[in-house]
Design a protein around this ligand. Structure first.
Ligand code: G4P
Length: 533
């Protein structure tokens, strides 16, 4: 029997993992799910991926390039807490999708490869988290391999991220000499057993007091002295962990371990349960008035942060991922879309339990449910029982590459338009319709997005397309009074376009031109992004 919406929300932790490719995100996900008891044997995250890949054609790119292009959600219970792990694709070309997913997370786990420290993609994703005030937990992975000096890793976090690292554990050695770690709060030593295999639930010996004789079974006197000395050093050099400072985004608790050898992951999970924030009140507008929606509010509400189409090519299904913000969601309930006023009966919502997709009977703030639909729901939509709530929209990222798209068979032009609109609604790419001419301009943040798009247009819509360079370098959302807008559009008709929501966009040929028009038309605003919803 579930408790009140406020109590249910309080035991939820909705988080994402951010990392540079190869740091161990997939392995950590798998190990977290194992620790949470959600899957029984290691290898299932990948195996599940394989099944999906054989079923769905468009993931060919994933297979060929060995990258993950679709974000999903996995839910598991651990120790009375409910964790929702939002999986974010790691490849840099997919940052837009990743960024959107982060808007639905309350915390992030930053995985660092102990030998490499902070890598470019980690930094990029970290910046998004900081922008959105998402608290970060650090997991230094691959301690079973030769690692950098952990003190240097902490220095790097402090200097590159301007974040105070507060280690909760301290490692004894690394690589072949990795012996375990000291829990700095309880002063218990957790021995690392190299021969513990990936498949064992608890292959590592139980913790022993650091200050007693039992530790001698795991560390030589020299190693013990070294550990105690470096512990003194780090405790002297680092600030004590302050949960409030962490929640405010100034401090990160640091964990160490080996995702592959299932070491330190249980501690990470406990740390998330103890310190990561439960769902917080979300800023929204109700009938023109600014408000905050609290997780315990009676009205069910949420926002769509991702839409995935055609997960199964035999069904033209779309799944909208709704992050719940308040109330007790129940299957069969009716929700209204704020901007269109359309009402949906949510009869077959999906919860993404790690082992499989399941029908959701109930959900609370922090949970993510999948709503199958036929294109009614779009990224950025706000849903609620009254239909009166609008959450601050999700950003559209400024496209960095603008290309013209043409279908090889001219008879299929109409078909192309529908397909492009569908993919743009999903947020795969952005679509601009110039006021003059019949070509479409597609905007993306990375080249790989065009490849995914071409692949999906071919396999899902039977459309062979070519992308050609366009004369445009930048897209800017133009806003101002109607009269100012009209005057500008008249002067720049050939460069004006509309996005899929019919909002005016100026397609500029260069950064210089953008600066020039912005100076000439000071009453107008030329925005790099537009908040949807
Ligand atoms: P990603 O999702 O962040 O891209 O990384 P992934 O988990 O796929 O891990 C990248 C590689 O690092 C994998 O090796 C994985 O086995 C290895 N790895 C992850 N965590 C650890 C760890 O704690 N210790 C050690 N020693 N290795 C780790 P691979 O050889 O590229 O792939 P695979 O053949 O093992 O699948």
């Amino acid at each position: 029997m579930s408790q009140s919406p406020a109590a249910e929300a309080a035991r939820r932790r909705t988080f994402a993992i951010i990392s540079h490719p190869d740091a161990g995100k997939t392995t950590l996900t798998e190990t977290l799910l194992l620790s949470g008891g959600a899957i029984r044997a290691a290898g299932q995250v990948r195996a599940r991926g394989e099944n999906r890949r054989t079923r769905s054609d468009w993931m060919k790119i994933e297979r060929e390039r060995g990258i993950s292009v679709s974000a999903s959600v996995m839910t598991f219970d651990h120790d009375g807490m409910m964790f929702n792990l939002l999986d974010t694709p790691g490849h840099e070309d997919f940052s837009e999708d990743t960024y959107r997913t982060l808007t639905a997370a309350d915390a992030a786990v930053m995985v660092l490869d102990a030998a490499k420290g902070i890598e470019p993609q980690t930094l990029k994703l970290f910046e998004v988290c900081r922008l959105r005030d998402i608290p970060i937990v650090t997991f230094i992975n691959k301690m079973d391999r030769e690692a950098q000096d952990p003190l240097e890793l902490l220095d790097e976090i402090a200097s590159k991220l301007a974040l105070d690292p507060a280690p909760l554990f301290w490692p004894a050695g690394s690589g072949g000499r990795f012996k375990g770690m000291l829990d700095l709060r309880s002063r218990q030593f957790l021995p690392f057993e190299r021969s513990a295999t990936e498949r064992e639930q608890s292959g590592h010996p139980p913790a022993v007091p650091a200050d007693g004789a039992a530790i001698d079974a795991y560390l030589s006197p020299g190693e013990r002295d070294e550990l105690l000395e470096s512990t003194e050093l780090v405790l002297g050099a680092s600030p004590a962990f302050d949960p409030q400072s962490f929640l405010e985004g100034h401090m990160t608790p640091v964990f160490f371990g080996s995702a592959l050898r299932r070491f330190g992951v249980e501690q990470l999970l406990d740390g998330l349960g103890a310190y990561a924030p439960p769902p917080r009140p979300v800023a929204a507008v109700r009938s023109g008035t600014e408000t905050h929606v609290a997780p315990g509010d009676a009205e069910v509400s949420g926002f769509v942060f991702k839409v995935q189409a055609n997960m199964d090519p035999n069904h033209r299904d779309r799944i909208a991922f709704l992050r719940l913000c308040s109330g007790r969601f129940q299957r069969g309930m009716k929700l209204k879309v704020q901007n269109t006023g359309r009402q949906l009966s949510v009869n077959a919502p999906i919860m993404f339990f790690a082992s499989d997709r399941e029908l959701a009977e109930e959900g609370f703030a922090g949970d993510v449910i999948g709503i199958p639909n036929h294109g009614v729901l779009r990224v950025g939509d706000s849903l609620s029982e009254s239909g009166a709530l609008r959450f601050a929209g999700l950003p559209n990222f400024a496209p960095e590459i603008l290309q013209r798209v043409r279908v090889k068979d001219p008879l299929k032009a109409k078909h192309l338009r529908r397909a492009l609109e569908g993919l743009a609604e999903e947020g795969v790419t952005q679509l601009f319709r110039p006021q003059i001419g019949s070509d479409f301009i597609v905007g993306a943040v990375g080249q790989l997005q065009f490849e995914v798009m071409a692949d999906r247009l071919a396999s899902e819509y039977q459309l062979e397309v070519v992308f050609e360079t366009s004369p445009y370098a930048e897209a800017r959302w133009v806003s101002g009074t109607d009269a100012d807008l009209e005057a500008f559009s008249a002067a720049y008709r050939t460069a004006m376009a509309e996005d899929i929501d019919s909002q005016p966009v100026f397609l500029s040929k260069s950064g210089w031109e953008t600066g020039y028009v912005a100076e000439r038309y000071p009453a107008l605003s030329f925005a790099r992004t537009r908040e949807r919803g």
